[in-house]
Design a protein around this ligand. Structure first.
Ligand code: GLN
Length: 178
């Protein structure tokens, strides 16, 4: 299994390090050549409008739109996977509110509520929140909001799992790909 980490913006090396620690082959994805042979794609956080422009410039927007490669989107990546007030891929069935918690200064770290996994700490950086789910299943909550959901193939996280040393969500997504 080879996992691609979209390397246009954001905490790319941290996602690669999480995959390395799980002995999962991975590579950075910058163009349509890089993305051809991967079995799953991680879209890191950053800024969703900028990320969309970078994806369009790299010809990756149309490629990803047509592709059915499984995706794990974190923060800005999660915005692009769901339905937002801006143009997104809409690959998953939920509505996501950008900058739900306010500005950069309102970033925080907090324990998540996850069934059977009590100690995961989520790092929220100018984070969005999932405000409505359709065919996606919520799997983590924080302060009353949905912060993670899955449709088995794709996973959306409003926080940054690559910034903690806990690979729980990476493993959960990867398990769904096997
Ligand atoms: N709020 C940002 C956006 O609108 C996302 C922040 C992040 O990815 N850390 O894209």
């Amino acid at each position: 299994m080879l996992i691609g980490v979209l390397a246009l913006q954001g905490a790319v090396s941290e996602h690669c390090a999480a995959l390395d620690s799980l002995n999962i082959s991975n590579k950075e994805v910058r163009n349509t050549e890089d993305i051809r042979d991967i079995d799953g794609l991680i879209m890191p956080g950053g800024e969703s409008t900028t990320l969309r422009k970078l994806l369009v410039n790299a010809n990756l927007w149309d490629f990803i739109m047509k592709s059915d490669v499984p995706i794990m989107g974190t923060c800005a990546g999660a915005i692009l996977l769901g339905k937002s007030d801006d143009i997104t891929f809409e690959k998953m069935d939920y509505v996501i509110d950008r900058n739900f918690y306010g500005r950069q200064i309102d970033s925080f770290e907090e324990k998540l509520e996850i069934e059977d996994y009590p100690n995961f700490r989520g790092v929220f950086i100018r984070a969005p929140a999932i405000t409505k789910v359709g065919n996606s299943k919520p799997i983590a909550f924080c302060k009353g909001e949905i912060v993670a959901c899955t449709d088995r193939k794709n996973m959306a996280l409003t926080f940054h799992p690559e910034l903690t040393n806990d690979t729980y969500f990476h493993e959960l997504w990867l398990r769904g790909l096997q």
